[in-house]
Write a protein that binds this ligand. Sequence first.
Ligand code: THG
Length: 369
Amino acid sequence: MKGFPIVKSRRVRSSPYTSRIEKQGVTAYTVYNHMLLPAAFGSLEDSCNHLKKNVQVWDVAAERQVEISGKDASKLVQLMTCRDLSKSKIGRCYYCPLIDGDGNLVNDPVILKLAEDRWWISIADSDVIFFAKGLASGNNFDVEIFEPNVDILAIQGPKSFDLMEKIFGKKIKELKFFGFDYFNFKGVKHLIARSGWSKQGGFEVYVENTKSGLDLYDELFKVGKEFDVKPGCPNLIERIESGLLSYGNDFDNQDNPFECGFEKYVHLDSDVNFLGKEKLIKIKKDGIKKKLMGIQLDTNKINLTKSLDIKDENGSFIGELRSACYSPHFKKVIGIAMINEPYCKASMAGKLEIEGNSFTVKVCDLPFI
Ligand code: THG
């Protein structure tokens, strides 16, 4: 992979684990929430295969938390998402589209309910904190909004369960998907959820005590030897195959939740109050004009750095390819594309030009696997 160095600064923040992953051979970074997010440790294909069979430890500190606490905390959190949180439980995580007043997406965080009046919004790459502060000011809400000192370590892959059991004990295996609880590591309590940005299973440790987190990081590699543990990061191939969407890549503030396949998190019939509700009711009634779909391309190489236009046989625009990779599993390029009506249906076809070469694009449903 060719590239240029990223200059670190106060603005492009490092994580407590940065010096460790650099010793361990990180080869590429991206910037996410104004912070370094490792993007590769050598070959993406090798890392993907390893992740599917073993266990990896990921520095995903860039998944920052926005803490909302105080008397009106629940009201504010509900105002930001179209998912009905009225029956939400303490100790659970909720994947929630955040919506603006136009009915468009602002972010797609995991939201943790820590207490009736205390929440963490574990954000994707957009400045949710200012959105939250604006809403709190405008509504005179009695809340505190800040970025707490939390750096997530993800432990992902089928062997993550045995590795975590060795460090935290049997009880960690009883955690349900998207449940969280506190677990002891050498006298320090850590919030651990069964979650993570892969479909290979695993956990996320929301590290508040940095010193203990660094100790835990080293312990994971020491104890993990017998499970062939490796450092890793969210893997482009695995996440596209699994249909895990990325805010800023696959969708952004120009798109609404229906266009992105989030309808199961859009609760228009509930009586909870959230931003953009009337707009979403209208969008649902009128129907959408574009939809996120999978695409397949008969080629073995692609390196997307911006979206590419997909055209019909007459050369008219029918959609844009937003993420793509070569998938060793499918032995072709697969990708995620925003496709216009009436082409946003499985088995429709289009054309894509990459550096002067024309390829046939086949539209399919998400997720691929
Ligand atoms: N973990 C944490 N924070 C995050 C992410 C994460 N913040 C940024 C980003 N990832 C947010 N985006 C997603 C997208 C998908 C999922 C989680 C975060 C996910 N989805 C499951 C799925 O699609 O199958 C489960 C959804 C559900 O059942 O509710 O896990 O990874 N802390």
